[in-house]
Design a protein around this ligand. Structure first.
Ligand code: GDP
Ligand code: IMO
Ligand code: MG
Length: 432
């Protein structure tokens, strides 16, 4: 499909999250009719800057800042109703004319005991902590897969909700009390609190799979907004240092009820360098002044937890792996401006392990932890690129860097980010 055609586009993070998905989603949302979140929960932190105003979205799709767009939270998302209420209220308080929001009946809920368990499990891991966001994400997905979860539709049925909540609270409290020897969840308090969210959920609840599929039939533009990134995928990521959902493109189908034949494009959001929050191996990590410089220039501090992000050079082994498991059709390269002013920029083109060259991202974390990056060095550029609107106006070395990324990943670049603002985006190829 070419420019101007109607399309369904999946947008995913290609690294360890925080690639700038929120910004790119907000940018593309202008031409989309519907923006859908399909997995994760409020572990995500998506920053969107419109004019001089910064918004940090955790659960609500980043299309919400465009009045008139339909925003959907799909069945694959885990919803903390307290966060949902707060996030909606904070947008209202800031005078945002909210777009319409629908929440799928089949989405699972994060309950207070999930947050308590997330905390207790992390503590119990001691030196092997995963560095989770402690938002209850893992335990909520664990309940979904062990068939103990409570869904939006269950909460809208008073009796069903009371029964499930009672049973789950009892079971979780046994774990929290006897095994983890920590704070338990008070059933009465939770019931009272969650009853207060029923009206909100009822207002937004719908069979979103039906809505999206009907919209596809009638030729609407749909944008699926991923959270996290490929290397945090429960199957393909750096397990166990991953999240508990599928941030990869296939997750958009499962997390919304849209079949794969209905997807036109998959855009991978990729930072011009690499970052990671939380624990786990990271071959190109820079534990030196260069890492500090990138963190400072790129403001690399977590949107959700405020933790400093670990920073390193661009990793082609990861980019290729991510391209393969997502079936990427396009790249959106973000934060190119952060690299301005460097004399040299490195790209990791392969790993080396005991004199052996490795091109495929290893499954074993032990192996990954021993991999040494093999670098190619490119000359940097000194110019400020934050006001540039056309790719042709970028400094030659910036264009060479982008060309090299395209050559190595074999995926064309459609968008280039040169700053935080919506307007600081260079369009190379229209996606809608
Ligand atoms: P997400 O989780 O993928 O949505 O990414 P985050 O919002 O957590 O982190 C990305 C950060 O980089 C945010 O503060 C964005 O505003 C910012 N950002 C996104 N794109 C660009 C860009 O092209 N240049 C610069 N300088 N900042 C960007
Ligand atoms: P966005 O959408 C970066 C990381 C956590 C931890 C691991 C598991 O903003 O890109 P979890 O709470 O999900 O069980 O934590 O995953 N993580 C993220 N890292 N960006 C995110 O989201 C993340 N969401 C989770 O730091 O290492
Ligand atoms: Mg983020």
């Amino acid at each position: 499909m070419g420019c101007g055609d109607l399309a369904t586009v999946i947008l995913v993070g290609t690294q360890w999250g925080d690639e700038g998905k929120g910004k790119v989603t907000d940018f593309l949302a202008e031409k989309a009719d519907i923006v859908v979140r399909f997995q994760g929960g409020n572990n995500a932190g998506h920053t969107v800057v419109v004019g001089d105003t910064e918004f940090k979205l955790h659960l609500i799709p980043s299309g919400i800042l465009h009045p008139g767009k339909l925003c959907i939270i799909g069945n694959g998302v885990v919803i903390d109703p307290a966060v949902l209420q707060k996030e909606l209220q904070s947008l209202i308080d800031r005078g945002i004319p909210l777009s319409k929001l629908l929440i799928d009946h089949r989405a699972h809920l994060i309950m207070p005991y999930h947050r308590l368990l997330d905390e207790a499990e992390e503590k119990n891991r001691g030196a092997n902590q995963l560095g989770t966001t402690k938002r209850g994400i893992g335990p909520a997905y664990a309940d979904k897969y062990s068939r103990e979860g409570i869904r939006v539709v269950d909460m809208l049925d008073d009796q069903e909700f009371a029964e499930k909540l009672k049973k789950n609270t009892n079971n979780k409290n046994r774990l929290l009390d006897k095994y983890y020897q920590t704070t338990v969840d008070e059933y009465d308090q939770t019931q009272l609190e969650y009853n207060g969210y029923v009206a909100l959920l009822r207002k937004h609840a719908a069979d979103c799979g039906e809505v999206i599929n009907e919209a596809i039939k009638s030729g609407k533009n749909i944008l699926f907004e991923g959270a996290q990134g490929a290397l945090l995928d429960i199957d393909f990521g750096t397990y166990p240092y991953v999240t508990s959902s599928h941030p990869t493109a296939a997750g958009a189908c499962l997390g919304t009820g849209v079949g794969p034949t209905n997807i036109d494009k998959v855009i991978g959001v990729i930072k011009a360098y690499t970052t990671r929050v939380g624990e786990g191996p990271f071959p190109t990590e820079l534990n030196d002044q260069m890492g500090d410089l990138i963190r400072r220039q790129g403001h690399e501090f977590g949107t959700t937890t405020g933790r400093p992000r670990r920073c390193g050079w661009f990793d082609v082994v990861i980019a290729r792996y991510s391209t393969r498991i997502n079936g990427l059709s396009h790249l959106a390269v973000t934060k190119l401006d952060v690299l301005s002013g460097l004399a040299e920029i490195k790209i990791c083109i392969a790993y080396k392990l005991n004199d052996q060259i490795i091109n495929n991202f290893p499954a074993s974390l032990k192996v990954l932890a021993q991999c040494e990056p093999v670098y190619e060095t490119m000359p940097g550029w000194q110019e400020d690129i934050t006001e540039i609107k056309n790719i042709a106006d970028l400094p030659l070395n910036a264009r060479r860097y982008l060309d090299r990324l395209t050559e190595l990943t074999e995926v064309p670049v459609a968008l280039i980010g040169v700053g935080q603002k919506r307007s600081q985006t260079i369009v190379v190829e229209e996606l809608f």
